[in-house]
Design a protein around this ligand. Sequence first.
Ligand code: COA
Length: 389
Amino acid sequence: MEGSTLSTTGLVVDRGLEGVVVGTTQLSNVEGKIGRLTYRGYDIDDLAPNATFEEVAHLLLFGHLPTQAELDAFSRELGTRRMLPEPLISAIRRVPKTAWPMDVLRTVVSGLALFSPTNTRGEHVSDVHTAIELIAKMPTILAFWDRLRRDLEPIEPRTDLSQAANFLYMRTGSVPSDVEARALDTYLVLLADHSYNASTFSARVTASTRADIYAATVSALATLEGDLHGGAASAAYNTLVEVGQPERAETYVRQVLARGEKIMGMGHREYKVRDPRARHLEKMAEKLSEYKGDRHWYAIARSLEDASNKVLQEAKPDKKIYANVDFYTAPVLADLGMPGDEFTCMFACGRMAGWAGHILEQLADNRLIRPQATYSGPPPGPYVPIAER
Ligand code: COA
């Protein structure tokens, strides 16, 4: 295993916890060798073309796919919880327009705790309703910030639209077409959960100290940001911009590898085949490009994946590096009109459903998560008085 070494004390040190099992979950299962992802036993190959994000969020939070009556009630609750408290809207208005979108999202999500009811001990209630609140409000924060940074007035959320359609409506002021709404909906379904990935693990570590759902969500958001995790979506978009045209893809890949860098959106700790989510996102990217009559982003992505597969196969034949979920996120969200630096925030809007499910699962059967490290510093020695140093 890539990250395992034997310490001086004879203990196995698993850098990056690769291959280490630290807990159980009923939420999702990643089968990296065969490229299968299931949410509570349902294959994403079935969910992506058939289920809505609302159905999947219900599945993750309540343990079963909703009946029509349950789905109506769940969607109603999501709709009515979308609006932000007025002081937070005023705060977002004061944020410098140059701010990084993930900084805005993380900070405002943290601010939501200030307006959340507490129990007699002064603690926020970490239950399914607070989870729905967070799922409902995250896209509103992003859409409000997206408009304010473009010098446009925020548009209030609607209660009658789906999460996906409402987000696109809040960005543009027009109800999106079915093709656009379904593309974003499918994206949210595919991003909803992924077992003990880094941000979910962070959320569980925080929840395991008995911190509340807001604190655990802020941990998750902070962990998602890096480009080895959710930040790869924005980085993959920058790659498409840099490549510029499909014919340049192979040269670009060779140059990146020659510099010892990585191709963003390629490779995965768990999947040693193409990420199963990439297949659905690629279909969506192609469909959107046909709908728009503009194949620009899709064509570059397609050509870049082919070039990466070819060159990585030559350069690192034993590594099994294929497209991951972030790769085709880039053309899908770009064709939906979103700026590249907001892609990681959109990832968070989908993953909030999984984070919430994991936080509640952790709290329901908790044990403090506290691993060990092997000390590698100097041996014990006498304290040296300051005059003698
Ligand atoms: N491009 C080029 N080489 C890559 C690569 C990529 N995208 N991903 C992995 N590799 C190579 C590494 O350079 C390393 O090669 P070496 O052993 O010759 O040095 C080898 O594959 C192992 O990579 P490593 O980063 O140690 O594996 P990991 O299990 O930690 O990798 C990722 C998982 C996701 C961190 C890694 O694939 C990556 O950084 N991908 C790009 C970022 C990305 O898309 N992240 C989103 C993940 S969903």
